[in-house]
Design a protein around this ligand. Structure first.
Ligand code: ADP
Ligand code: ADP
Length: 232
């Protein structure tokens, strides 16, 4: 379970300050697919980056499986980050490495021995449906295939949660459906908690259990997807 309490992020530059995330509190259940929707600039990306502490919060806490990541330092933070997978709109793959090596990369960093690494990479490649593409480079893959590599890489260290930052926004509708189906099957198979941010309502409607609506850094509404989007 993930407990986010009074989370805030104030960006301060010489000329202006922006309250990107403003006192957000949410609880996300283990095994849930939780959506965060909002217009551009609402604070979604900052919010999701606060969860793995790619951004330092100005205030508040993020407790993931009983540990507050905002209080962690050094090794503890590094180990916790390995348990938080993330996928991105533009995939963020290493372009000079093959599919195999992109997926092996987080395992190398975590110090997993070579034989174990190989076993895990081949299992992940199978899971995301990329068998036969091991030696391809990202430039030789379609957008959907690139995101499959991104997903496999994010799952390499058996994360407690998968963060998806506009993960289908660069994909065509059909490929978007394929990737959303894959996320659902991974959620079911592994019981993995998924937090997904998007500006597209249909993405939320297609796979999320609950949703929070963000505006100006605040959660203005949250609940079951059907209750939030379909008013009686
Ligand atoms: P979204 O993901 O919903 O589009 P963001 O989290 O990217 O929203 O941005 C929220 C607000 O914070 C915006 O006003 C944006 O301009 C501002 N912002 C984001 N990152 C920074 C930054 N590094 N420095 C200053 N302001 C930022
Ligand atoms: P190094 O960087 O030291 O070569 P890697 O972690 O890149 O080590 O992995 C190399 C090992 O992974 C080799 O032993 C090889 O057997 C295995 N390997 C690499 N690519 C593939 C692949 N496409 N299918 C199966 N095994 C692979």
């Amino acid at each position: 379970m993930i407990k986010i309490k009074n989370l805030s992020k104030l960006y301060q530059t010489k000329t202006q300050s922006v309250q990107a995330v403003d006192d957000v509190s949410l609880t996300i259940d283990k095994g849930e697919i939780f959506g965060v929707i909002g217009y551009s600039g609402a604070g979604k990306s900052t919010f999701v980056r606060l969860i793995n502490r790619l951004e330092e919060p100005s205030d508040g806490s993020v407790v993931i499986h009983d540990k507050d990541i905002t209080k962690m330092q050094h090794n503890e933070l590094r180990n916790k980050r390995q348990k938080i997978g993330m996928i991105f709109q533009h995939f963020n793959l290493l372009w000079s490495r093959t599919v195999y090596d992109n997926i092996a990369f987080p395992l190398e960093i975590a110090g997993v021995p070579k034989a174990k690494r190989k076993e895990k990479v081949l299992e992940l490649i199978n899971l995301v449906g990329l068998s036969g593409k091991e030696e391809n480079y990202p430039s030789q893959l379609s957008g959907g295939q690139k995101q499959r590599v991104g997903i496999a890489r994010a799952l390499a260290n058996d994360p407690e949660v998968l963060l998806c930052d506009e993960a289908t926004s660069a994909l065509d509708p059909e490929t978007t459906d394929d990737i959303l189906d894959l996320l659902v099957s991974i959620n079911k198979k592994l019981g993995l908690t998924i937090i997904l941010i998007t500006h597209e309502m249909h993405v939320i409607q297609q796979i999320c259990h609950r949703v929070a609506v963000m505006e100006n850094g605040k959660v203005v509404e949250s609940g079951e997807v059907l209750d939030v989007f379909v008013k009686p």
